[in-house]
Write a protein that binds this ligand. Structure first.
Ligand code: NOJ
Length: 954
């Protein structure tokens, strides 16, 4: 017994270790100069309770034109001999959008040190927001776009400028050392000594900035003078050098320049966001572990449950009390989190290597509003082409044209729908991007044309590293748009092709050159627009670089160090790619589909992403769900994980369960490492093949619902894979549930099985009626708390329910691709709540062009009232509906309405006639009600169209 336990442990250990990222390549906080310095500083400050930062009240100026408050923050460094050193940091604060506050803290003087010979600009990088914010907030206009704000009280030491403001601002007479401001429901106090901000929503305190006095800005100083500039609570660890084994060549030309600040979320002990990490949805307390790190790196076979950085970074965090912090900084960043349940608050400490402190705090009534605000500011997720939310078949690699076409035809032969087939690295000629391997892909246009027949698409990989010495990299060098090393020479590092250079897409000229490569590469006949791009390795991944990525002292255009913009580089690559593809397809007005591995806040505007190089075992299946959920609540919903694990060969059971889970990922792609056995779904033996086919087909049947959710997300940022607490914030037990979730606001509730040998699983249900998806068997939770139930889950079954109160739209015919479903009629599944009420939305457009931006779409609401009146209320019908009907939306009729029957609530006698009111007339349907079982009534061929207003009584 003991021996076998020991054996099991060893096996588990072995499996874990045999697939583990080489941890030691990445710094721990204690090995990162600035992280360590700030953690030590915060520990010492917590003991000494000192504060070195104050806002100079006399410096406060309000710029009424721009509605910005300006002031100076002063850091005082006490010196035993001689005068204290005072360093000035310009501070500005404004109300942004309706319910957000933005403040920026810069450093005034950064030229006092002898700069001769410096290749990088000594100024702090302050342009991250120009990449992260949506275009509409980038121009001058945005500054005046702030809502009206009022300075309610003046600081005690008001100056003359301040008194001038009194004429047009409503100032109270009270004397206080706080400046109080209000804008709608948001009010805030700026405390001067020590500097602190208190931010309120409807007069309830939600966030305190610098409550713990962890504000720290390592100002500019020379190496010689350094010790005079170090605060008593600070350590000088690695201020001018880097001891870490893999990055000790970092020249750190500007010395210490980190910034740090603490934020206390009041009234909540649950925080979410800051992807990408392979951890739980509710972020972990880091008092006893490494801080969460945001630093885009290549983490092959990444470790699970750690706060290690991954491929993408979104520095956005929110609390369950609907308050968010967006830390607009793209440098290496670490975040400590400490939950304090006694005081019901969460303390967070944010540390970045350099740049300015640029922070947007948003407040609101609920979490969807907070995500809405964030995606208003950073841009809405793009509305993907319908085909791209179907199934993607990928592998490293499909070897040649014949291989691709065989997969293509086999999928059809086995009735497995798919829309995209992918070509990984090996399609290139000798790993030179923008080329095709001549013998394997002699005629790419021919291949594209064949795929196009069924509306299918091809994706090819294009990475930002370019092999040294070929025409494309020569152009990059000649045009002077390669990223430079710290000496100003073109940087050469190692990646797939061996020695490579990297395109500098942070530069406008670099973007132009990059675009020109796509123009030649994608020079297709006008009837072909089915070639799309995958930007991989764009963290960037550099095999001989420190921490698997770029040396921080590389130089981009305008003498900006990689250190300042590292987390933006991937975004700049995929945005440049997106713009290129969009303009190439402008004739057909096709929406591009693009996949990126690295991302930042704002990436959602143009690209989908995935969770990178996972492993074919149960742990990675399980962790994929919180990972996908985390991105969904951070404004970037179009994400999935490689099915059924990138590295290694999955067991048949794992394959089945992974497809059953993966069909709910917004991005649904199978992918496999080059060393794995082939695993296209038609290769599986029964019953696995049917299980996988059923999962993929279910995804296709649900495409109308999914596309409607993508539409909702593209207008409000609403999550597609949606945590339960977002739908039911009143149930605090849901705050850490991340193994079951809703699909958007559709009412579909899923708990994928993520463990082996399960025949049932325990699910939790909020109050309400729940209908099992396929049988429509229902049960009621009529309490006010969560209910637990064991749900049967044999291998061919997905634990899936419709929550009463929702109407789902489907198309229920198998077709080979989404394009071929275009003309299929709709099926409505109506799931009434206890009052016989249900609602559902449907959004329909042509699924491929930007026509919807000109209003070419249909949007409607279905409403069930009293259990037997179903209304269709279209609220958007295009003016040119007839043309669109003829052209792209050929069929918008309903072929079947299924009403789930909850026996206790819903008394419908069969053989009742069904009447329809439409255009002021009433008609009886020739179809009678029918039923397959006691659980549902079915109305066949009701001759109704979603583009018309009607009311159906049954
Ligand atoms: C790394 C990516 O994460 C993986 O998906 C891809 O197959 C390989 N690069 C090869 O291109």
């Amino acid at each position: 017994m003991i021996v076998s336990k020991w054996l099991v442990c060893q096996l588990v250990l072995f499996t874990t270790l045999s697939h583990a990222f080489t941890d030691y390549l990445l710094k721990k906080c204690a090995q990162s100069g600035f992280c360590h310095r700030n953690r030590v500083y915060s520990e010492n400050i917590a003991l000494s309770r000192n504060s070195y930062y104050k806002l100079d009240a006399a410096s406060v100026v309000h710029d009424p034109l721009q509605n910005v408050l300006h002031a100076t923050i002063i850091k005082t460094i006490p010196r035993l001999e001689g005068d204290d050193i005072a360093v000035e940091f310009p501070f500005s604060l404004s109300f942004l959008q309706d319910h957000s506050v933005r403040f920026i803290i810069d450093e005034k003087e950064r030229t006092s040190v002898n700069d001769s010979g410096l290749l990088v600009s000594p100024q702090r990088y302050k342009e991250t927001w120009l990449h992260a914010f949506d275009e509409k907030f980038r121009g001058e206009v945005s500054k005046t776009n702030f809502s009206e704000s009022h300075f309610l009280e003046q600081p005690r030491t008001g100056n003359s400028l301040w008194s001038k403001l009194t004429s047009f601002l409503s100032l109270s007479n009270s004397t206080s050392d706080a400046i109080r401001l209000q804008n709608g429901c948001v009010s805030l106090e700026v405390l001067t000594e020590p500097f602190q901000l208190k931010i309120y929503w409807r007069n309830t305190l939600k966030l305190i900035v610098n409550e713990q006095n962890f504000l720290n800005i390592e100002h500019y100083r020379s190496k010689e003078e350094n010790f005079a500039h170090v605060l008593p609570e600070e350590t000088a660890f690695n201020m001018f050098k880097d001891d870490f084994k893999y990055s000790k060549d970092d020249t750190l030309p500007l010395g210490p320049e980190s910034i740090a600040l603490d934020f206390s979320f009041i009234g909540s002990t649950n925080v979410y966001g800051i992807p990408e990490h392979a951890t739980s949805l509710r972020l972990m307390d880091t008092s006893q572990r490494e801080p969460y790190r945001l630093f885009n790196v290549d983490v092959f076979e990444y470790n699970i449950g750690t706060t290690q950085p991954m491929y993408g970074s979104i520095p956005f965090m929110f609390s369950s009390s609907s308050t968010s912090v967006f830390w607009v900084n793209a440098a290496d960043t670490w975040v400590d989190i400490r939950y304090d349940s006694q005081q019901n608050k969460t303390m967070t400490h944010w540390i970045s290597e350099n740049g300015v402190l640029d922070v947007v705090v948003s407040l609101g009534e609920d979490i969807p509003t907070i995500i809405d605000r964030f995606t208003d500011l950073t841009g809405r997720p793009f509305l993907p082409p319908m085909s791209s939310i179907g199934y993607h078949q990928c592998r490293w690699n499909y070897n040649d044209e014949m291989d691709v076409l065989t997969v293509d035809s086999q999928m059809d032969a086995h009735e497995i729908p798919y829309d995209f087939i992918w070509l990984d690295l090996e399609y290139t000629n000798d790993k030179k991007f923008f080329t095709w391997k001549p013998n394997s892909f002699p005629d790419p246009k021919r291949l594209l044309a064949k795929l196009n027949k069924l509306g299918r698409n091809l994706v090819v990989l294009i990475d930002p590293h370019l092999k040294e010495d070929y025409e494309v990299s020569d152009i990059v060098i000649n045009e002077n748009v390669a990223v430079k090393d710290h000496n100003g020479d073109d940087y050469i590092g190692r990646c797939w092709p061996g020695n490579s250079i990297w395109i500098d897409t942070m530069s406008k000229h670099g973007q132009k050159i990059w675009k020109s490569f796509f123009e030649s590469f994608m020079d297709l006949p006008s009837n072909l627009s089915n070639l799309f791009i995958w930007n991989d390795m764009n963290e960037p991944s550099i095999f001989d670089g420190p921490e698997t990525t770029a040396p921080k002292d590389l130089i981009h255009q305008n003498n900006v160090e990689e250190r300042s913009l590292h987390n933006l580089y991937g975004l700049s690559v995929h945005e440049a790619t997106h713009d290129a593809v969009k303009s190439i397809y402008s004739a057909s007005d096709k929406r591009p589909f693009l996949l990126t591995r690295a991302f930042f806040a704002g990436s959602q505007r143009t690209a989908a992403t995935w969770t990178g190089d996972n492993v074919a075992n149960w742990d990675y299946l399980k962790i994929s769900i919180p990972m996908v959920l985390s991105n969904n609540v951070a404004g970037m919903p179009f994400i999935g994980a490689d099915i059924a694990g990138f590295v290694g060969d999955p067991s048949p059971e794992l394959v089945a369960r992974w497809y059953q889970a993966g069909l709910w990922y917004p991005f649904f792609r199978a992918h496999a490492h080059i060393d794995t056995k082939r695993r296209e779904p038609y290769l599986f033996n029964e019953p696995l093949k049917s299980i996988v086919r059923d999962a993929i087909q279910l995804r296709y049947f649900l495409l109308p619902t999914l596309y409607t959710m993508f539409y909702k997300s593209s207008t409000t940022g609403f999550p597609i894979m949606n945590p339960m607490f977002v739908e039911h914030p009143e149930l605090s037990e849901l705050y850490d549930i991340d193994n079951q979730f809703y699909w958007g606001n559709s009412g579909l509730l899923v708990k994928p099985v993520t463990e082996p040998n399960q025949s049932e699983t325990e699910m939790i249900f909020p109050p309400g009626i729940f209908y099992e998806f396929s049988s429509l068997d229902s049960f009621v939770n009529d309490g006010i708390n969560l209910m637990k139930r064991n749900i049967s889950a044999p291998l061919d079954k997905i634990p899936l329910f419709i929550e009463g109160g929702h109407i789902i739209t489907m198309k229920n015919k198998y077709r080979r691709s989404s394009k071929l479903m275009k003309n299929d009629p709709y099926v409505l599944v109506v799931a009434p709540d206890a009052n016989g009420v249900a609602v559902g939305e449907l959004y329909v457009d042509d699924g491929e062009t930007f026509g919807y931006q000109k209003g070419e779409y249909v949007r409607t609401q279905f409403i069930l009232e009293g259990g037997h009146i179903l209304k269709n209320l279209p609220d958007h019908i295009p003016d040119n509906l007839a043309d669109i009907h003829n052209d792209t939306l050929r069929n918008t009729s309903i072929e079947k309405i299924i009403v789930a029957k909850n026996t206790s609530q819903h008394n419908v006698t069969l053989n009742d006639t069904v009447t329809v009111k439409q255009d002021g007339r009433e008609r009886s349907l020739s179809t009678k009600l029918s039923r397959e079982d006691d659980n549902r009534i079915i109305i066949m061929n009701p001759m109704l169209d979603i583009t018309e207003k009607w009311e159906l009584t049954f």
